[in-house]
Write a protein that binds this ligand. Structure first.
Ligand code: ADP
Ligand code: MG
Length: 308
């Protein structure tokens, strides 16, 4: 910002030279008189009265005028930045700070960059918990649980996850999007992943090396949400060496993990047991133990909102 400030100062000093002033334009002295009377300038001078001599104010006049012109001009020298006076040693300086609107936009952008959607619709980025209507009793338990999760997460940087189960279209994914966006807003890194698409794309998308990295990345984010678990087609490999590894790692490292599913937990165990070419209840039970350890089951009911 320094160089822009310097540039402005030069431009201002030039414009203040009386001899270059077009006929009828205000003199430097008139501008200075107006600037010094500005309420923000007055406030600054009062706040710093003990540090400022008369001479120092005189010597700072170019900066005071710059501040005043920037404040009152409808065209800002630098979009999204506003001028501010500050004590620069014994003199008064002018600097440019981002406006509140810009700061908010930057924060929103930063939060967005902390959520990674993998095979999920982009519109989920815009869902906030306050947008979710609270009137549907079938969703109250889930919304309450989300509130508890967030409280605990904020205190301990981890929390027992949620497993939202219920029919297609009741709003499970939307509720999780609200949770994800809140965590990201508060600084957490979230991966929100559509499990069936992720699993079916595994072999085609990755070389061995990049797959291990991808599994590592998914396994280590602050909050992981696996959407639609139970709808994926598993092989022994994807169950044990991908899903199993991810869940084990999240358990070992106490990382918050949430799920949505059309299946209740008991049915999910049967789903895990039968892979493409084997039935393996022991491995299914082991995987299910991890899911139960990581998340609390909550049933979501209500109308199918996709049929509005
Ligand atoms: P599920 O994951 O349970 O199948 P979704 O979360 O995908 O259901 O919700 C289904 C559709 O219903 C969404 O695409 C959205 O259009 C709508 N929907 C869900 N929850 C809400 C809500 N709280 N407010 C408005 N629309 C909603
Ligand atoms: Mg869903």
């Amino acid at each position: 910002m320094e160089s822009i400030g310097e540039m402005l100062k030069k431009a201002m000093a030039d414009s203040l030279k009386d001899q270059e002033r077009p006929a009828g334009a205000e003199s430097a002295q008139e501008l200075a008189d107006r600037a010094i009377k500005d309420p923000d300038v007055q406030k600054f001078l009062k706040e710093h009265a003990s540090e400022l001599s008369k001479q120092a104010v005189q010597d700072s006049m170019t900066n005071i005028c710059e501040f005043y012109l920037q404040k009152t001009s409808p065209v800002k020298a630098i979009a999204d930045y506003q001028a501010e006076l500050f004590m620069n040693g014994p003199l008064i300086g002018v600097r440019y700070l981002p406006t509140a609107a810009k700061r908010q936009r930057d924060e929103e952008r930063a939060a967005e960059s902390r959520i990674e959607l993998i095979d999920m619709p982009k519109k989920l980025r815009r869902i906030t918990l306050t947008d979710l209507d609270k009137g549907d009793p079938g969703r109250n338990a889930a919304l309450l649980a989300v509130g508890k999760f967030l409280d605990e997460y904020e205190k301990h940087h981890t929390a027992k996850g949620l497993y939202l189960t219920g029919d297609f279209g009741v709003g499970k994914t939307y509720i999780m999007a609200g949770l994800a966006n809140r965590v990201a807003k508060n600084g957490g890194k979230v991966i929100f992943l559509h499990l069936p698409t992720f699993i079916s794309g595994l072999s085609s998308h990755f070389s061995d090396n990049s797959l291990q990295k991808e599994i590592q990345r998914v396994a280590s984010c602050d909050v992981l949400i696996l959407d639609d678990i139970g709808a994926e087609t598993l092989s022994q490999w994807s169950r044990d060496d991908v899903l199993g590894v991810i869940l084990q790692s999240r358990m070992d490292n106490d990382l918050a993990t949430c799920f949505t599913s059309n299946m209740e937990m008991d049915d999910l165990e049967d789903h895990f047991a039968s892979t493409k070419n084997a039935v393996d209840p022991v491995k299914a039970a082991r995987l299910m133990q991890r899911v139960r350890y990581l998340a609390k089951e909550i049933i979501v009911t209500g109308r199918n909102r996709r049929l509005n």
